[in-house]
Design a protein around this ligand. Structure first.
Ligand code: NAD
Length: 514
């Protein structure tokens, strides 16, 4: 481990054990202990820059899932967790936040090894991630019920919020720890226990992270991690009788399967799915800023972000000028190793994702979209096996094309012209998704009108990709159900109970409801 990453700052953090070929071997984490998979089988995880296998990860089965769910269910009933005050939970969470802040560079380095994202962005994300635990830790003892002014005399009625029990969280590979924390922090603050399943492509950072959870003082079994493939052990988790809620972030295909499975046992679900977000540039925008906004929308993180502004809607009067500016901005873009602070474009995170991008580029060409730039892999000196892909722009896209309707999850931009505000709204909303949108205009009234008319869970005016732990995030339409972040994100992990206490009323007639 020492040779692969910077050391964690906190000295008590135990090193991960070493398996075959001198590589780190990651086990499940169940009931406070690293646990070998019941099958005894591990799978490889590789570095997208070199293409080399660097670690092995436990291949989970239904029996591992069952052990983790039982541990979480027992921990939920354990007085060491169930019996402590919400303030004490908040205190533990703040301690976890401190440990994250202290060890942010180490967590960022592990995450970079698995998904190849820019270290500069990852370090910023990991430092910021401490805030999830500070914010929800602070909220833990501030969620309170109401006293209801009942219209029925002789009873006192109040409400209380209670944790659900065991929550299963399933994450994708593009931002493993921040997307985990968006679920874990409110779930813990609300008093639940948790079984986490990271993506099979990026399991390592979570298995390092749980060492911090343990140090922060959370009792055994409150947080568990099982690793493996969604199609092999996903259903065991989603259908497990001890699981009360599923919090899923991932693609619409897996989301639909999970939703159907969860519905059979009436489990609560939060679905954070994909998008095909419009980034809308009006002729009265500050075009210099808007060009940066368009780049941030689709080429940051190589477009591997759920909020990617993958449809660029350009008012016709500025269409050609804007495209030329965008093309110019991209001409000196720097590819390179994600650990180099000068690198702007890091590799695509996984080989299947690269194959998907290449397939969609062919689809776009077949549909008659005009390739303005990119459309092929980038060759980067020193990294012959690196999964680099050039920022790709298609013009002359019509909104009915697949390249305008389906999520690519890569650096591929579809440019669509529009005439006026009504036309922009029509095109923006003419899609199954509704995760996010950007609007660029210097006309305040128009900006406000657009926030009202575009159907998406997040709308940015004259900025793109701003998010905060304090603000709710989630989708309209096929982009999902429920919200993460902010107070709304915490409420997803609570049940509301109504309590009626007699203050001396007699039961007049037991056959008639009062
Ligand atoms: P994915 O749907 O393939 O996998 C996500 C997770 O689900 C993985 O852990 C996977 O193992 C698991 N999984 C797959 N099939 C399953 C099944 N049948 N049962 C249970 N679990 C199953 O997604 P991905 O390729 O890892 O991530 C990319 C997708 O995630 C994109 O569509 C992107 O838009 C979406 N995403 C959404 C948000 C958001 O907040 N809305 C954020 C990031 C990523």
């Amino acid at each position: 481990m020492t040779s692969l990453f910077p050391q964690p700052v906190t000295p008590q953090i135990q090193p991960t054990r070493i398996g075959a070929h001198d590589r780190p071997r990651y086990d499940h984490y169940i009931n406070g202990a690293f646990t070998v998979p019941s099958s005894g089988v591990y799978f490889d995880t590789s570095d997208p820059v070199s293409g080399e296998v660097w670690a092995e990860v436990a291949r989970g089965t239904a029996s591992d899932v069952d052990a983790a769910c039982r541990a979480a269910a027992d921990a939920f009933e354990n007085p060491a967790w169930r019996g402590i005050s919400a303030s004490a939970r908040g205190h533990m969470m703040r301690r976890l936040g401190d440990l994250i802040a202290e060890n942010a560079d180490w967590l960022a380095a592990v995450e970079m090894k698995d998904n190849g994202k820019l270290i500069s962005e990852l370090q910023m994300q990991m430092r910021y991630m401490a805030n999830y635990y500070y914010y929800y830790g602070g909220l833990a003892d501030k969620i309170q019920g109401d006293t209801i002014p009942s219209d029925k005399p002789g009873v006192f009625n109040f409400t209380r919020y209670e944790p659900l029990g065991v929550v299963a969280c399933i994450m994708p590979w593009n931002s493993p720890l921040p997307l985990t924390s968006l679920k874990l922090a409110p779930a813990l603050a609300a008093g639940n226990t948790v079984v986490l399943k990271p993506s099979e492509f990026t399991s390592a950072s979570l298995l390092e992270f749980v060492k911090l959870v343990e140090l922060a003082g959370f009792p055994k079994g409150v947080v568990n991690v099982v690793t493996g493939f969604g199609n092999e052990m996903g259903e065991a988790l989603v259908s497990h009788p001890l699981v009360e809620r599923i919090a899923f972030t991932g693609g619409p295909q897996a989301g639909r399967i999970i939703n159907e499975q969860a519905a059979r046992s009436m489990k609560r679900v939060t679905m954070e799915l994909g998008g095909k977000s419009p980034n809308i540039i009006f002729e009265d925008a500050d075009l210099e800023q808007a060009v940066k906004g368009a780049v941030a929308g689709i080429f940051a993180a190589s477009g591997q972000t759920c909020v990617a502004g993958s449809r660029l809607l350009l008012q016709r009067s500025i269409h050609d000028d804007f495209l030329a500016r965008l093309d110019d901005f991209l001409k000196d873009i720097k590819f390179g190793h994600p650990s180099d602070p000068a690198t702007q474009i890091a590799p695509i995170s996984t080989a299947p994702q690269m194959a998907k991008i290449e397939e969609y580029v062919q689809i776009a060409l077949g549909e008659g979209a005009r390739l303005v730039r990119g459309g092929k892999r980038a060759r980067v000196a020193g990294y012959p096996n690196g999964l680099f892909y050039e920022p790709t722009i298609f013009a002359d896209v019509t909104n009915d094309m697949r390249i305008a309707q389906e999520e690519v999850f890569g650096p591929v931009l579809s440019v669509i012209p529009f005439e006026d505000e009504d036309d922009a709204v029509r095109i923006a909303n003419d899609v199954d998704f509704g995760l996010a949108a950007g609007v660029w205009t210097q006309n305040l009234a128009r900006g406000i009108r657009m926030t009202e008319r575009v159907r998406a869970g997040t709308i940015w005016v004259n900025n793109y990709r701003s998010t905060s732990t304090t603000s709710p995030f989630g989708g309209f339409k096929m982009s999902g159900t429920g919200r993460e972040g902010g107070i709304a994100g915490m409420m997803e992990y609570l049940e509301l109970k109504s309590v009626w206490i007699s203050t001396g009323v007699e039961i007049p007639n037991p056959f008639i409801r009062r």
